[in-house]
Design a protein. Structure first.
Lengths: 355, 355, 355, 355
């Protein structure tokens, strides 16, 4: 097909990388042009042409084998030779900071799943302590970066060279709040509470004391209170002041899924229909968000789906609401949002390969 | 021993009843006078003198057998014959409503673990829809009932005929808030958020769609938003108005444990030391509450213990706090709090048999 | 399309029924002719044309809604009117016993997921105590039934009127053993041990004491020792005597997945290559079974896939082997095997809609 | 008390060490003489007299604090100064190999929870590859070591200088089999299958890919097939040949507990009463083993208890049996068995502090 697009993925070994690979391998527009997988590969594996994907992620193989798909030794030449047009980075923050400039210089569009380029404000980035913070080059690239939430920035994403894919917690909270803020319903000065709970895959693949089964199982713990680095994304994307939201993440004893319980006060008491209307007005064209007209979503509704689900309950007097927002942290919270961004960037149907 | 106390337990078959039995059987003051266990027993079991406790709860037996302990057919005569002085009711609300009057009439002191007698205000009791609501008899008994949280009502419990043992969620929230309200630190008019999460044992032993493993496992769901019946306990015990607190319970995919994340605003910005001081001033004489001077408690700290654990984190400007309160819903949230009340009622050390 | 096939599903409300619906709705050969879903529907729902599928299984809906798909009130006329050619029964054993004769009489081919028609030998059926056991009609139908494991009976299934879809445990054990028995490698007289472990969905959707989260979680229990009704399937399909195999099922604290650990003795000591050869010879044309050439499969490899995975380890002297066989009890152990049978019955690619 | 015994524990930081500390701190005979906890401590902690136990294991503290209990910097002088008589080693195998000679030379009796000294036969020890294997000193100490299973070696343990506390899997299998072998009931030449399943705490506290929540949760995997190092203990203690037993461990998605399903053939068909009699004859004086006269034990029966539970089911013809043996791997599989050994060594009631 003349319009075949060559993609590449760096960081396929992690949880989000594996889901991204699965989505891209089954994407109808990428049939016949599977992504290039590249990364650090030791000499012995390099000699055999890279590590077969099925050795890294057995679930990615089918009965016929996954054929020639291999994690190849990364080099910029490899990407050039294969004429890669879109590069997915599912890499640590620091790595994304240092690789993005080179990719852009080579004319490759980038969808970065890390936190490297999400934040416009230096104050909000402070928590990351990037090495190149403040450099002219970094500042220039930051200016080009588009926050990759199509529900908010569809048009800018379409033309973007660099898309900063949102954080998983941030996605669940922003999608629940932005429609109400945009409609002018919320008393944001009063303050918003976002009490979020995430499965263990959100903590990454590295074995640590907190990802040990004995720590996480049969437990629940709050962490990063007043200090979690996704807070900056909330402030910038919802356009509220730093004192206007308290975000508390918790570690759930489940593999995947996020549920955020969000507490808001309206400027004036609301009826259910008006709030539903605000959501529909904002999200009506957004295929990957499902509004629960009755009842509240729960984690089982969204795990292993590419959707974010939102529902709410009004207080009896209509002055307050409890909003519940759920998604799969590895999908709409990471990889499927990245594919959604790809679709928007290339002018494809936004939900292509995601339903 | 001349001061031997005869206790009785109705409702040993449930989760809280089993824990209560375990605590009473090991209580140093009750050595030699184990509680009487009574309840509904079919004819065949009645003929063999009741159901051996080990058949109901294998974990209550030891290698030597639990001997003569049996669940006997209930009758008031049985309690009279054995000279029962304190009766524990681990029974459904309606059953507690109808049995308590008779027990009190017979001069038996009662510790009721249900929600039957916890609420002073008729409006707060509406959610229970008690059949005898509004009757003079019920009103008279309600006046005598003491809310069984020793940290708040130690003196009244000591002399009480009827102790209404608190709800599990309510215990976790009240213990976290009352010390700060008592110290006058909180801006209660601003509003408080209590986002609580409980293990499945809190939903009881009856097999239902929501206690099915396939519903609860790998899931998280909010329920009873703005309508949960423990809310009334919060209002009455913390002494705040109905609009001043939003309480949202969630069902956690773990067997037991509650963690409440509570969001408060201070009247004026506070320093950590002042908040610690308020907690210490209120809870200093309370052996069953542990204050985390550093860090936050988590569910694994309290499961299978009789403690409630409390910790908090101040916002950078000191104007807000996130408080985390944990307990085991079957212990400090039910049975061990009942034993704590027993200790207070009988003038024993408050923590006896609980450490 | 002239060769459009109309299918129907009775029993969509259960776990296997839901997975079956999902598979059929996405089957490439059934695009445009979704299955008819029918069953017991109360009057009020009947009046609105049945229950929307999305109300029963929210995960079956997409953002655009699942449209007109409804669980309709069952009648034979409904099936006739819609010209249903293949009927899936995901119903209790007794219901399948009584409905199959009528369906066959009406010329509808049936794939029955229950245990109603799996067993040729009356002795093996005794455990089911079917009401019509021994009747001429039942005997006649039983003779027509084909055990629906394509890896063993591909040809007979292709022409079958009635396919008896195998039990979940039985599938995991038979697929592991049949290739070695067929190759004459096993000393079956010595005896075989099949120690199987299944997730809770295998126990069905009805809330019972054993499906209660508090029973299943953090637990493991053996049950049905020497008496489980899947044993008959093993005897008949592997063609061994009743004393030649001991099958012990266990309840695992996970939602889904079966792992069977199987212990065999060879007639003469074997090398790994010879055993691999026997598996390849038997399963080479079977797309839904994956042989692990190295290492052993585990439950995470197969959950939410349509495959059965098999691996083994030889004893140092080659006289014995430990075989590990895994599958998803709701998929290859039930619904995806049913779709595999559909594919074979209709002459389609065996793995169509399953990879 | 004149007969006060001073104990010490090396290795309190691990899971078994924490349980051992808990048991010793509550042991009635050790009231007033808590164990000394010693190990590697960095300089800063050494300066403050060691690490408070409550910082390492919050669950070991009570509301009053655990007072002066600290993990102190280890030195042999410390043990001498405090006149330590019994030393518990909850340390890695290699460390136990190197420390035991010194302890014995200093006249300290040792209970070693590692695998360092459990195996009499060099062939069975090969899997450990001890550095000092074959040295005269190691051989001399090995001769003195007594396998610390009181049910088998009560008398020898009473006089032992060095007790090698059994492996967790081995305990569950040996207790189930030894009574039947001792009674001459088993056809051991035919072969025994032990299919064992253990919770994740058995894999230790170090974060590794296999103890990661994402690997263990919702999964089941077999490992160490034909090669697990506990196999040697089975061979030596049950007194059977290397080809007579196949032992297969599996990793269960639960924190703690072992269930072994064991398959045996009798020399001649047996009746249930005869098998029960064999168990009672062997275990009648063993307070820490509970025989299930009816039904089978399951993991929930034993978790957080100090018991091993055993039950069995005969085949219809009485020629075979399936035995189910359960215990808590951290308790009867490690720390409570160590305390049981302590009791036997000091002539105390065997179950003291364990019921």
């Amino acid at each position: 097909m003349s319009d075949a697009i060559q993609t590449a993925v760096i960081g396929v070994t992690g949880y989000a990388g594996a889901e991204l690979a699965r989505l891209l391998l089954h994407h109808p527009r990428l049939k016949g042009t599977p992504p290039v997988f590249a990364g650090r590969v030791d000499e012995r594996d390099a000699e055999r042409g890279g590590i077969p994907l099925g050795e890294i992620h057995p679930e990615l193989t089918d009965s016929r084998g996954s054929g020639d798909l291999r994690l190849k030794p990364f080099s910029w030449e490899l990407l050039s030779d294969l004429d890669v047009q879109v590069l997915f980075l599912a890499t640590p923050h620091e790595q994304s900071r240092s690789w993005v400039p080179e990719a852009l210089a080579r004319g490759i569009r980038v969808i970065d799943l890390s936190g490297a380029w999400r934040l416009k404000e230096a104050a909000n980035r402070a928590v990351y302590a990037f090495e190149d913070e403040g450099s002219a080059k970094a500042e220039e690239i930051q200016q080009q970066a588009v926050y990759g939430m199509p529900e908010l920035h569809r048009r800018a994403i379409a033309g973007a060279k660099l898309v900063a894919n949102p954080g998983c917690y941030a996605t669940s909270v922003i999608l629940a709040l932005k429609p109400l803020v945009a409609a002018g319903l919320l008393d944001t000065e009063y303050g918003i509470i976002a009490d979020s709970k995430s499965g263990v895959s959100g903590a990454g693949k590295a074995p640590t004391p907190k990802t040990h089964f004995m720590y996480a199982a049969d437990n629940l713990s709050a962490y990063g209170v007043f200090t979690h680095r996704h807070t900056g994304e909330l402030l910038e994307q919802i356009s509220i002041g730093a004192d206007s939201i308290i975000f508390t993440p918790h570690l759930l004893p489940i593999p995947r899924g996020i549920l955020s319980t969000i507490y808001v006060k309206f400027r004036t008491p609301q009826k259910r229909a008006a709030v539903l209307h605000a959501y529909r007005a904002f999200l009506g064209q957004s295929p990957m968000v499902r509004l629960h007209e009755h009842g509240l979503p729960q984690i089982q509704h969204v795990v292993r789906t590419n959707y974010a689900d939102i529902g709410f309950q009004l207080s009896p007097d209509g002055s307050r609401a409890v909003i519940v927002s759920c998604l799969d942290n590895l999908l709409k919270g990471a990889s499927s949002q990245a594919v959604q961004n790809l679709n928007v960037m290339l002018g494809w149907e936004e939900s292509e390969g995601l339903e």
